[in-house]
Design a protein around this ligand. Structure first.
Ligand SMILES: Cc1cc2nc3c(=O)[nH]c(=O)nc-3n(C[C@H](O)[C@H](O)[C@H](O)COP(=O)(O)O)c2cc1C
Length: 179
């Protein structure tokens, strides 16, 4: 079974998760940023990673996901919000929908430190915006996000994707035996 990890990352959070996933997958395997990804044709399992940009996957990862069809896919992402919040759930649902036409084997989402430049904007130019201006609640969330992805996130991501890969390997072996 040949695996491909493809990710997009502006400030490094999603890259860290991608690398943890890559390390947990069996050989043969490759890892590439979205804009340098090879054709997915030759791979049995695609792990595709995104960072949340305005409620959906960033443009580069969406572009790559559009090239996938009929593949076994594992989806992972990072975001500033809590993964188990309504926003987190909406994001993963929305991005999963981009993969219609593939077999979605599993998903993984964790918080990732928000770019300090964006936080500064929320405190200054956006301060009166009801959706983005800084509030004590948003500050608390950013303080939590600043600790992620942490060791546990990386362990959980690795475990989730190792499990998906194992299931796919078993499935491929069964198909070989059956001929
Ligand atoms: C322009 C911009 C838009 C963002 N939009 C959202 C958003 O809609 N929801 C959210 O939860 N986080 C949002 N974030 C936070 C990022 O998704 C989060 O920090 C992510 O971990 C960044 O990943 P990276 O380090 O791989 O680039 C945004 C960040 C930036 C810079």
């Amino acid at each position: 079974m040949k695996s491909l990890v493809v990710y997009s990352s502006l400030t490094g959070n999603t890259r860290k998760v991608a690398e943890a996933i890559y390390n947990a997958l069996p050989e043969p395997k490759e890892i590439h940023p979205s804009d340098e990804a090879p054709s997915p044709e030759d791979f049995d399992f695609i792990a595709t990673g995104f960072w949340v940009d305005k409620g959906t996957a960033d443009a580069k990862s969406r572009q790559f996901m559009e090239t996938l069809s009929g593949k076994k896919v594992g989806l992972f992402g990072t975001l500033g919000a809590y993964p188990d919040s309504d926003h987190g759930r909406q994001c993963i649902t929305r991005v999963s929908e981009l993969l219609a036409g593939n077999q979605l084997c599993g998903t993984f989402l964790c918080q990732g430190k928000v770019d300090p430049k964006l936080i500064k904007m929320m405190e200054t130019t956006m301060k009166d915006d009801p959706h983005h201006g800084m509030t004590p609640e948003r500050r608390k969330r950013h303080e939590e996000a600043a600790k992620h992805p942490d060791k546990n996130d990386l362990i959980n991501a690795a475990g989730a994707f190792a499990g998906m890969a194992k299931a796919i390997c078993l499935d491929l072996e069964k198909k070989e035996v059956r001929g």
